[in-house]
Design a protein around this ligand. Structure first.
Ligand SMILES: Nc1ncnc2c1ncn2[C@@H]1O[C@H](COP(=O)(O)OP(=O)(O)OP(=O)(O)O)[C@@H](O)[C@H]1O
Ligand SMILES: [Mg+2]
Length: 261
């Protein structure tokens, strides 16, 4: 095992009937890295996130987080272990305010503290003022303060996506998996997203795994990139290596709907 690894994906496979959505995929992410996971539509990127975060069990292989096997654990336990995700579609509660949605993100931690005495796994209990302080802190990091009391469903799309990140941050993760955070964002929102992700890595010591079709963003932010095509890892390397990799170029040229990348 690589001792600087925070996440190790070891030979994971996932079958849906006759379709191998992932086939023996392995990669690792080191603490403090921003790693890109790219590939044409249907490559298996979201399936990889689902397997890593416990939403789907793998049909083969295993996932280790901070040295501990997490495959087989339910998503709620994976979150409490420090691994959070955002969703490809916006996933907030539209009738609840921005602040209430962030509070929902904190619930796994709070619930954990309630069952602490029974399970022996104890997390610090949070008082009401600590909860409010934590919500304020996350509103500030994501620059959503002025929207705190606005219903999530009435926020502009770009802010709803940002709220998805805020909710994930409320779980207090050490690693965050982002599924197409730039999709549907305009140029300015994209630049702001890049700043936020860099800030999370640099100032909050988060490790990031980024699924994204926006190639300029991936190339700008990521130290390393893993490329999936039809469920298989076909390449891994620095942005420069990936840009010049003939197998990657071929995979993308074969996917004409990729013109927006
Ligand atoms: N729950 C499921 N049941 C059956 N097939 C599925 C399921 N989830 C995904 N698939 C299939 O697995 C393959 C990989 O899908 P996945 O959503 O992981 O791709 P992706 O790389 O995230 O694509 P995109 O860039 O379009 O989001 C696709 O062929 C998809 O149709
Ligand atoms: Mg996807």
């Amino acid at each position: 095992m690589n001792t600087s690894s925070i996440l190790e994906v070891a030979n994971i496979s996932r079958r849906f009937g006759g379709l191998m959505a992932l086939r023996n995929v392995s990669f690792q992410v080191s603490r403090g890295e921003i790693v890109g996971l790219i590939g044409p539509n249907g490559a298996g990127k979201t399936t990889a996130f689902n397997v890593i975060t416990g939403t789907l069990p793998p049909t083969g292989g295993e996932v280790r987080y901070e040295g501990r096997r997490i495959s087989g654990l339910p998503p709620s336990r994976v979150v409490v272990a420090g691994l959070a995700r955002t969703f490809q579609a916006t996933s907030t509660y539209p009738k609840e305010t921005t602040a209430e949605n962030i509070y929902r993100g904190m619930l796994p931690r709070i619930r954990e503290s309630l069952v602490g005495p029974i399970t022996g796994r104890y997390h610090r209990d949070l008082s009401a003022s600590e909860v409010d302080g934590e919500i304020d802190r996350i509103l500030q990091i994501t620059d959503l303060q002025r929207w705190a009391n606005v219903e999530a469903g009435s926020l502009p799309y770009g802010l709803q996506k940002k709220l998805g990140i805020a909710v994930a941050l409320a779980t207090k993760p050490s690693m965050l998996l982002l599924d197409e955070p730039a999709a549907g964002l305009n140029h300015e929102e994209c630049n702001e997203l890049a700043r936020l992700l860099r800030h999370l890595r640099d100032e909050h010591e988060l490790t990031l795994l980024l699924v994204e079709h926006h190639m300029a963003l991936v190339m700008e932010l990521c130290q390393r990139i893993v490329v999936l095509v039809q469920g298989e890892k076909i390449a891994e390397g620095t942005p420069g290596e990936i840009r010049g990799n003939p197998a990657v170029i071929e995979a993308y040229l074969g996917a004409p709907d990729y013109a927006h990348a």
